[in-house]
Design a protein around this ligand. Structure first.
Ligand SMILES: [Zn+2]
Length: 224
């Protein structure tokens, strides 16, 4: 694979918090699972139209896969490619099914009072850039999250992440876009890895002029 790029400074998404970046088309962002145990929720928007957002439903149609693999593109609710997976050093276990955690989720889990959550973290990250997403509760790409379809074909099983320290995934922008991340604050349901369900920080780094021979995918169409 041909790749070349220059790194911008690495920034940390603090444990249980959110951070966002603005990418130009052709730039990429690498999400590093520093401790190997952390699930990271991710959202993206067209930088010029926040009503066009990365959409898990249209992405599953596009790729005909539950989880993206290297070379797969994510598309928006208008079916335009927005991000492409160009590197993934993890075992490739991610999730596009589970709703991002929100305040109500923790209420339902028995938490009294405020609990940090991914939906609020999405806004926290975007507010730092001076941008207000028009919708809440957008479906997220749950990086490093381990949701397994059971042998009956319909039941899902929520498991700890299988990622190891330092493993990463890199997402290339296919359009100018905002990308938000939440280092998921979940500390009740055991989704964080290696027997330690404590939320941890992760690192993100923007890669300028990311060149790769991966072209991204075209929409799946049935064979005639
Ligand atoms: Zn979460």
């Amino acid at each position: 694979m041909i790749m070349s790029y220059t790194n911008q400074p690495t920034s940390t998404v603090p444990a249980g918090h959110g951070k966002a970046v603005r990418l130009k088309a052709g730039e990429a962002v690498r999400v590093i699972n520093t401790h190997g145990t952390q699930v990271v929720d991710c959202w993206a928007w067209n930088a010029y139209d926040l009503n066009e957002y990365m959409c898990m439903e249209t992405t599953r149609v596009w790729n005909q896969r539950l989880n993206p693999v290297v070379g797969d593109s994510f598309v928006t609710n208008q079916r335009h490619p927005v991000l492409t997976v160009v590197e993934d050093t993890t075992p490739g276990v991610h999730d596009t099914f589970m709703a991002a955690c929100d305040r109500k989720r923790y209420e339902l889990l028995g938490v009294r009072g405020y609990h940090r959550n991914c939906c609020d973290n999405m806004f926290e990250g975007m507010f730092e850039l001076g941008v207000t997403p028009p919708r809440q509760n957008l479906a997220s790409f749950n990086i490093f999250m381990n949701i397994r379809v059971q042998p009956d074909g319909i039941t899902l099983h929520t498991l700890p992440t299988v990622t190891k320290p330092g493993e990463f995934i890199t997402l290339r922008a296919e359009m100018d876009c905002f990308v938000a991340f939440s280092a998921c604050p979940q500390d009740i349901v055991k989704i964080q890895g290696q027997g330690d369900n404590t939320p941890k920080p992760v690192d993100i780094v923007v890669l300028d002029d990311f060149e790769s021979d991966l072209q991204g995918t075209h929409s799946w169409v049935p064979l005639a």
